[in-house]
Design a protein around this ligand. Structure first.
Ligand code: ARG
Ligand code: ZN
Length: 875
């Protein structure tokens, strides 16, 4: 079955109130749901009421208090149909279902993770708990009563505010929660178990005192301090930047160890993958800390963008996700370094969203059709969705953007709305027409912009020729012209942006060229000397660019552009071009050589103290192997890319040896570890330098020394990565890997890093190693974090080994996909997306990949999740 946007229809029935009672037991839980059902005003005739289920087992049903029997209803695991409901406008249903939470390995609905009962209902997990109108436009006020064994589950949590609790017979107890804010079923949550807590409080701008709790496994309380701090900073930030306050008396956050995604914004009870909560210096890297801050912020910000204002249907997923990612990006930018954050975002977008947009799984930010909504929690919906909101701000300016957000909150609070409603708020607040801009939501594919420019010294004019095109994507062969905001500067010899008298050929305002036609010839007059064009500053539009900028101009921008993103981009483009030509050289059987200006620019940038260390670390990080593959686009040979990239690393390492050595020593921190941006930046630079130093002499010693001396996980993991990647055969690497394994054997999140580091070693032997790591006593196919650490990393983060020429990497991933499929289709389908770029490989690998994919497709009874991904990938 395919769901289509144009088939949206309001439900004839509403469910204004829900009372749930859970008699919790890991083997068999009884759920009693009392639904107050209301026929919608405008529905005249009595129509059938069809409730959604998923694998449910109905124990009893009563309609208006009378047990229903025989033909009054029809119940299957997937549906409860009441053909002739009462004719009164309002009636009640009492539904009893029985669940087996401990056997739920799909981790959707109610399940048990490390003895803790928890739920995941987005997108369609509530229907695994009880029969319901399980769609986001049905908003209900929930009252939840939980009963459980007091010893096994002293803690009983649900959404909203606590109302009542007490003892029951037989060692059991209960708690009642009430959430006054009407909400869709996907935001329902329950947690019950024996957990430790970190408590604090937050007073909102208008004086509401909110009790905060972060719940973690006993013994992990000290690792929850950073998460609590990030939560309080998030709450303050949303008040200051968006004028949004929290709206309940309590806010609870729970970390669980089995979770399909990152986290979930359930009203007043956010549930997290523990990877995005737990952190301290000894066990978490700077990246972990940054991710925790971002995801805590993200889920908290959903309270307004997602919960108070939710989606009309799942086609509108980006309404809450793209917007909330934009908000969490801004939060991190304000908490840390804005330019560094932006560079990291763009790198992530190119690494994850571009291949999606350029492959068989491409879809619009707001899709028009889906088979399985879980497969649309994608980089396109989230990350490109965020870029689209960012472009609205670029086009409107900060003040009008804020006015649009305010209007959106004011107009739609308490509603389930659409992207059209969202855009309309900005149009009305700014008096602008965003009709053409809205194509960013509706049209898939990464737009391409080709640029050329010329300076006319006689006329003192500078002309930029701009041409846009949008490549075809699956089921969208003809594309319409987009509105592309290109931030730019005409950089003068002194590095300052040059002024100009007038411009014709396009609307240009506040440093932005508004590209709206296929072709613009934008002519600036009164330009006193030839400028160097800096374009798409700050990555103002998520596009690919081409142009014939000279190496000298790029080096100039890398040194002088006032926009730090553009400085980084210029150097990165030079690296990419060097790697493209080196890859061709390697394929031709020769040794690649690199221009000394480029290598020299990298070394002098490393030593430039005027730049923050985090920026220098990013600038010195070469494009990854997949970045190079994406630029090549077709007939890709991953081995050649790998060889070329190592050669450039070594060329820079040899040239920079002395400089890097001195810098590395000078960056050593004697103070105790602090997870702040400045410290993280110094460590990032130092760890980039470490790899160069180790390569300069082809000697594991510097990395082994750092590994042994490290007092924090960032430095320890970085050193171990260098050892594993470049010196895997040495005694030093083997000793470090086993020391790490022994030290963290009882710490799953850290052991994940041990699996991850080995899975990412870019060598053909990694496939064999993977098979043995899958036999490791600590490997578990039912724990998503472990599967992602080992198999996910291999498939998505190790281009060379995954794409081994003999197809062995493909088979390994396919076997895992099928093994997962049996109990967790969602995680299986996600892993299968690793094959999405198969068509761009050289023919041998392409054939291997096609064979493996077709073999998966041939299996009978594939889940909807996996069948959808595999069929679209092969189509
Ligand atoms: N809404 C969650 C977020 O913050 C993601 C939950 C997705 N879950 C799923 N099973 N598809 O992004
Ligand atoms: Zn989200």
């Amino acid at each position: 079955q395919i769901f289509r946007l144009e088939d949206y229809r309001e439900s004839d029935y509403l469910i204004p109130e829900v009372e749930l009672t859970f008699l919790l037991d890991p083997q068999e839980t009884l759920v009693r749901a009392r639904l107050i059902v209301e026929r919608r005003e405008n529905v005249a005739a009595v129509t059938a009421l069809e409730l959604d289920g998923d694998g449910l087992n109905l124990s009893s049903l009563a309609i208006d208090g009378t047990p229903a029997t025989g033909t009054a209803f029809e119940a299957t695991p997937d549906r409860l149909i009441i053909a002739r409901p009462p004719s009164a406008k309002r009636f009640t249903l009492d539904i009893e279902t029985r669940l087996q939470p401990s056997r739920n390995k799909a981790l959707m609905g109610l399940y048990v993770s490390s003895d803790v009962f928890c739920t995941q209902c987005e997108a369609e997990g509530f229907r695994r708990i009880t029969y319901f109108l399980d769609r986001p436009d049905i908003l209900s006020v929930y009252t939840v009563r939980i009963e459980a064994d007091k010893k096994a589950a002293p803690l009983l949590l649900s959404n909203g505010n606590p109302v009542e609790s007490g003892k029951l017979d037989g060692g059991r107890h209960f708690a009642v929660w009430h959430d006054p804010h009407p909400k869709p079923s996907y935001l329902f949550a329950l947690v019950a178990g024996d957990l430790g807590v970190v408590s604090d409080s937050f007073t909102t701008a208008s004086g509401r005192k909110v009790a905060l709790g972060v719940y973690v496994e006993h013994g992990n309380e000290t690792r929850a301090a950073y998460a609590m701090d990030a939560l309080k900073r998030s709450m303050r930030w949303d008040e200051e930047r968006f004028g949004r306050e929290y709206d309940l008396d309590v806010f609870n956050l729970v970390a669980v160890s089995d979770f399909n995604m990152g986290a979930m914004e359930n009203k007043g009870l956010n549930i997290f993958n523990d990877k995005y909560v737990l952190a301290d210096a000894d066990t978490a890297t700077d990246l972990d800390f940054a991710n925790i801050e971002a995801i805590i912020g993200h889920e908290y910000f959903h309270n307004w963008t997602g919960n108070r204002i939710t989606c009309r249907d799942w086609f509108q997923l980006c309404l809450k996700e793209g917007l909330t990612v934009f908000r969490d990006h801004e939060f991190s930018a304000d908490q840390r370094s804005r330019p560094v954050k932006r560079i990291a975002e763009v790198r992530g977008l190119r690494a994850h969203q571009f291949p999606e947009d350029q492959g068989p799984l491409a879809h619009p930010v707001r899709p028009r059709r889906y088979r399985e909504i879980n497969n649309f929690y994608t980089a396109t919906v989230y990350e490109k969705g965020s870029e689209v909101v960012r472009m609205i701000r670029t086009i409107l300016g900060e003040d009008a953007f804020r006015a649009g957000m305010d209007l959106y909150f004011e107009r739609h609070d308490g509603q389930a709305v659409t992207i059209e409603d969202f855009i309309k708020a900005f149009e009305d607040a700014s008096d602008r027409d965003l009709a053409q801009f809205a194509l960013w939501y509706h049209q898939a594919g990464t737009p391409h912009v080709a640029i050329s420019s010329r300076y006319d010294a006689g006329e003192k004019s500078f002309t930029i020729e701009i041409e846009q095109s949008v490549p075809p994507t699956p089921s969208e062969s003809r594309k319409r012209l987009m509105h592309i905001p290109l931030a730019f500067g005409l950089v003068g010899a002194d590095g300052q942006d040059m002024a100009f008298d007038a411009v014709e050929g396009a609307v240009v305002e506040d440093g932005v060229i508004h590209v709206r036609k296929r072709h613009h010839s934008v002519r600036f007059t009164g330009v006193p000397a030839r400028p160097v064009l800096s374009i798409n500053r700050g990555f103002s539009a998520p596009i690919t660019l081409s142009g014939e900028t000279s190496t000298d101009d790029r080096l100039f921008l890398a040194r002088h552009d006032s926009d730090p993103f553009s400085r980084w981009q210029s150097l990165n483009t030079l690296f990419t071009e060097a790697l493209l030509s080196a890859t061709r050289t390697v394929r031709g059987g020769d040794e690649p050589l690199f221009a000394s200006e480029l290598v020299g620019a990298a070394v002098s940038l490393a030593a430039n103290d005027a730049l923050e260390p985090a920026f220098r670390a990013l600038a010195l990080t070469l494009p990854g192997e997949p970045d190079v593959a994406r630029e090549i686009g077709a007939n890709i040979d991953p081995d050649a890319i790998h060889t070329a990239r190592i050669a450039l690393l070594k060329a820079i390492a040899r040239e920079g040896r002395a400089t890097f050595d001195a810098l590395y020593a000078g960056l050593h921190d004697n103070a105790p570890f602090m997870p702040d941006a400045a410290g993280a930046g110094r460590r990032a630079l130092r760890n980039v330098l470490l790899e160069y130093l180790a390569l300069a002499d082809e000697n594991p010693a510097p990395a082994k020394r750092q590994f042994d001396a490290a007092d924090n996980m960032t430095d320890r993991a970085a050193a171990l990565t260098v050892l594993a990647n470049h010196f895997g055969e040495t005694q030093e690497a083997r000793a470090a890997l086993s020391a790490f394994e022994a030290r963290y054997a009882d710490d799953p999140l850290v052991l994940d890093k041990w699996f991850q580091i080995q899975a990412s070693v870019p060598a053909p032997e990694t496939v064999a190693l993977m098979r043995s790591l899958m036999e490791h006593p600590h490997f578990s196919i039912t724990n998503p974090n472990r599967v992602r650490a080992l198999i996910g990393t291999f498939a998505m983060g190790n281009q060379r080994a995954f794409h081994s020429a003999d197809g062995s990497g493909y088979r390994l991933v396919a076997d895992t996909v099928l093994a997962l499929e049996a109990h967790n289709p969602q995680v299986a389908a996600r892993l299968a997306t690793a094959f999405r770029s198969w068509r761009s490989l050289e023919t041998g690998r392409r054939d291997e990949a096609r064979r493996v994919l077709s073999d998966i497709a041939k299996h009978e009874n594939l889940s909807r999740d996996l069948a959808d991904i595999v069929e679209r990938t092969l189509a």
